[in-house]
Design a protein around this ligand. Structure first.
Ligand code: SF4
Length: 441
């Protein structure tokens, strides 16, 4: 190991810190921010703004025990039909609030599992979106998919309605790990899903994998990362499992005795990064990898990489309209979140109530902090300002994780896995707190 190689440092790896996919982080959201705030914020945006849309599909066929998403398991398809009726209304209402002549450049379907939609249902949402928003030619339309739900008919509908990128959740390919997380999907099934998407014309394929799952070992992580490269994933995200059974009750089904310890998690994370690096992927930020010709790698090289709720992105828009239960919307002035429960969401939309019930306003100072934290997470450096507490940064400097040079804070090679810890020390609102966020590694 070289002198500057990252190494396990318990004091940072075990710290619970925000993922900084938003600033202020979602833990700062509170009730009392709603549609009225959103309307005011949207009126402050210039005509001709670029927009991103996020559509949440909160349904899955079965529960994966590691899941940290807002999802439900519907017993009948009727529930999805009712949700889609509400989504129709939500789309119309929210589109009416957008600035004149705005144009959509990115659409992201997440969940849940958007593959729970029947082909005609996906077509209905896209038709509705195109009727109420101006979707730019060349817009990126991305869909998260559970490989077990991918069918040729669904792929054909996705392609027909302009989907350009699909993300397949893989996590780990060993059968023992899959059994323990209640997600059985052998490599052949994942490969078949990727082949169906490509055959339909959706050629940009992301794959997600995880470390820190029960019974996961470095060998299994390396095997999974190798397989994803062999399957030709254009991008790979490597996420650490966040075990929070007091918050996500189904995680109690995960045998805690089989969970790797903090140091083993760190080694698994490094093993995934090394395997993907050897396979030719560029490391993007602290948890994404992309083929050198993928737009994400290009954005990382030319300095335009951004961060949003999906992680690292090429999406340059400051305006995100979140549609559907639990979806978060963003403007420079603040965030709002839709009611998380799909039934309550549908009831609120049907009765004309405010379906945006939580959020946080951002001051210009918050927005400046958000920009600097994004710099740090995307480019591993940012300028320091007079209000930064240099004493808070001292430990990470003494430990060789960062250095200060010409008024800039620069993360070292050793510090890259701990960039969230370093960001937390620049965050004026952050206080170390038990269980409010995930561990740094
Ligand atoms: S498919 Fe995804 S959203 Fe659905 S339960 Fe599994 S991890 Fe959660």
């Amino acid at each position: 190991m070289t002198k500057n190689a990252p190494r396990f440092l318990a004091r940072y790896a075990l710290e619970t810190v925000p993922r900084y996919t938003s600033y202020p982080p979602a833990t700062a959201f509170h009730e009392g921010i709603g549609l009225a705030d959103w309307s005011v914020w949207m009126q402050q945006q210039p005509a001709g703004s670029e927009l991103s849309l996020y559509i949440h599909i909160p349904f899955c066929k079965s529960m994966c025990w590691y899941c940290g998403c807002h999802t439900t398991i519907p017993n009948r398809h009727d529930r999805i039909a009712r949700y889609l009726d509400a989504l129709d209304t939500d789309i119309k209402r929210r589109a009416a609030l957008t600035p004149a002549d705005s144009r959509v450049s990115h659409i992201h379907f997440g969940g849940g599992s958007p593959d729970m939609l029947r082909p005609a249902e996906f077509a209905r949402i896209m038709t509705r979106l195109r009727a109420h928003f101006t979707v730019g030619t060349g817009a990126e339309i991305a869909v998260e998919l559970d490989p077990r739900g991918v069918t040729p008919d669904l792929c054909a509908a996705l392609a027909e309605h302009g989907v350009t990128r699909a993300s397949l959740g893989v996590q780990d390919l060993s059968s023992e790990v899959q059994l323990l997380i209640n997600r059985i999907q052998p490599r052949g099934l994942v490969e078949a899903a990727a082949d169906m998407l490509r055959a339909a014309g959706i050629r940009a394929i992301n794959m997600d994998m995880m470390y820190g799952l029960p019974a996961q070992t470095e060998t299994r992580v390396i095997a999974t990362a190798t397989a994803l490269a062999e399957m030709g994933a254009d991008r790979v995200s490597v996420f650490g499992y966040a075990h929070v059974p007091w918050f996500k009750k189904h995680q109690r089904a995960i045998p805690e005795t089989r969970l790797p310890g903090a140091s083993a998690r760190f080694d698994q994370m490094l093993a995934a990064a090394a395997t993907l690096g050897q396979a030719g992927y560029d490391a993007i930020g602290f948890d994404h990898f992309a083929c050198p010709d993928d737009p994400l790698a290009v954005a990382a090289r030319d300095g335009t990489l951004r961060r949003n709720f999906q992680g690292y992105t090429t999406d340059a828009s400051d305006l995100l309209v979140g549609l559907g239960a639990s979806a978060i919307s963003e403007t420079p002035q603040g965030y709002v979140q839709t009611i998380a429960d799909p039934v309550r969401y549908a009831e609120a939309v049907e009765s004309g109530e405010d379906m945006l019930t939580r959020g946080v306003a951002r001051s210009p100072e918050d927005y400046a902090t958000a920009t600097r934290l994004a710099d740090l997470l995307c480019r591993f450096e940012t300028e320091l300002t007079a209000s930064d507490r240099v004493d808070a940064l001292e430990p990470v400097i003494v430990d060789g994780l960062a250095r200060i040079e010409a008024g800039r804070l620069i993360v070292t090679a050793r510090g890259k896995p701990y960039v969230r810890n370093i960001a937390a020390r620049l965050d004026p609102a952050f206080q170390l707190a038990e269980n409010r966020h995930s561990t740094a590694v």
